[in-house]
Design a protein around this ligand. Structure first.
Ligand code: ADP
Ligand code: MG
Length: 405
């Protein structure tokens, strides 16, 4: 059976085509956080798109049009989400003039004409109602301003939108950019040709959002390490009284099944032996560490405890490939971030191949300063989750394929 990852890695990349003299449209992911003063607080996603843009410039594409979304506008213009806020940073990073296009339909002729070495940045594509509806007309209009379509927006590649999916129907040459290829290669290394033993570390808020991932990855791994609110559901399924902790009553059966399946597959499962509990998440007055089976009345488990952090750290240390999706606690609050940060540091210290998929996990790893110690941190939260679930991401689906070897 061909895996989704193998199938996606068969798409052609920019390297497989000639862009000289071509009008190239690149779907990038410039969906960066912007504060109330219009400052870009984290420009990693812009930087991640530079290799693809620079390659097109260096290989004499006659014009480059960049298309992205930003934030969640409601299909109409909203100043807060204008990509004009990105223009200056992009110019600085590219060291090149970028022309901002407010309304690409009005400027269509200018963009569509071969204009040597020009870089256009279109206004937020989600200001067009048709984008999220994968509207044919919008897809056609975007296709009409280019000869080559490059998808490099990994963070949006799990969406079937006009600029990520629909456009491929109307362009003859469509390939993946370098970021897309890098993401696929990284996950392929972790799941297709891994050095064993492989540990999957899962956490986060809910088992319901991660169950497909667990089912799909379980047969491939050696160790399953579970923390976060997700472990509350597992502990509850084992008969522990989790009191006010966040867990999913309707997934207790599923949790038991996962544990059974792990046994059948010879996967060692690690669950918290102690937890950090609090009387309140918003206004914690009483915060304590207790054994997992002794959560106090009126308290909730919000982080793994120190003994668990040690146990999990030792379990990952003996692994050669580590995939991490989901924080160990409510890491957004400094009081409940220790478990996640300790584990980030332990994984960062490993000699293993270490990969992070999941938006909050990536954010946590970045926040505690461990990012550079990881082998790869995915730029796509939802996309990496769907990839781990075994899906073929729509952003890859209709791109040109390499000849099968
Ligand atoms: P990712 O984005 O990495 O896939 P998720 O979105 O699944 O991760 O989960 C992250 C969220 O889970 C965080 O907002 C975090 O506060 C929450 N979380 C983790 N542990 C707990 C817990 N014990 N109780 C409540 N929320 C938790
Ligand atoms: Mg999340």
């Amino acid at each position: 059976m061909t895996s989704n990852i193998r199938e996606m890695s068969l798409v052609k990349s920019l390297k497989d085509i000639d862009v000289e003299g071509k009008r190239v449209l690149i779907r990038v992911d410039f969906n960066v956080p912007i504060d109330s003063h219009n400052n870009i607080s984290d420009d990693r996603r812009i930087k991640a798109a530079l290799p693809t843009i620079n390659y097109c410039i260096d290989h004499n594409a006659c014009s480059i049009t960049l298309v992205s979304h930003l934030g969640r506008p409601k299909g109409v213009y909203d100043e807060r989400y204008s990509l004009v806020h990105i223009k200056k940073r992009l110019e600085r990073l590219l060291d090149k003039k970028v022309e901002f296009v407010e309304d690409f339909e009005k400027s269509k002729d200018e963009i569509a004409t071969c204009s040597l070495e020009r870089v256009f940045l279109l206004e937020n594509i989600r200001f067009y109602e048709g984008e999220k509806k994968n509207d044919k007309e919008l897809s056609k209009k975007l296709a009409s301003i280019c000869d080559v379509y490059v998808n490099d927006a990994f963070g949006t590649s799990h969406r079937e939108h006009a600029s990520t999916y629909g456009i491929t129907e109307f362009v003859d040459t469509k390939v993946a950019g370098f970021l897309m290829m890098k993401e696929i290669e990284a996950f392929s290394k972790a799941l297709e040709k891994p050095v064993r033993p492989i540990a999957l570390v899962v956490g986060g808020a809910k088992i319901s959002t991660k169950i497909t991932l667990l089912e799909s990855v379980l047969p491939k791994i050696d160790k399953l390490i579970i923390g976060g609110a997700m472990s509350n559901t597992f502990l509850k399924a084992l008969g522990y009284d989790m009191k006010k902790s966040l867990y999913e009553e309707e997934y207790l059966q599923t949790a038991s099944q996962v544990l059974d399946e792990a046994k059948v597959n010879g996967v060692n499962v690690y669950l918290p032996v102690d937890v950090v509990v609090t009387d309140s998440v918003e206004h914690p007055v009483d915060v304590r560490v207790v054994p997992s089976q002794d959560v106090l009345d009126g308290f909730m488990a919000v982080d793994i405890g120190p003994a668990t952090a040690k146990l999990f750290s030792e379990a990952v240390e003996l692994s050669n490939t580590i995939i991490w999706n989901g924080p160990m606690g409510i890491y957004e609050n400094a009081k409940f971030s220790k478990g996640t940060f300790k584990l980030a540091s332990a994984i960062g210290d490993c000699y293993a191949y270490t990969i992070v998929g999941g938006g909050d996990t990536a954010d946590a790893v970045e926040k505690c300063g461990e990012a550079s110690n990881f082998s790869f941190i995915s730029t796509g939260g939802g996309a990496s989750l769907e990839l781990l679930e075994g899906k073929i991401l729509p952003g890859f689906k209709n791109l040109d394929k390499k000849e099968a070897i």
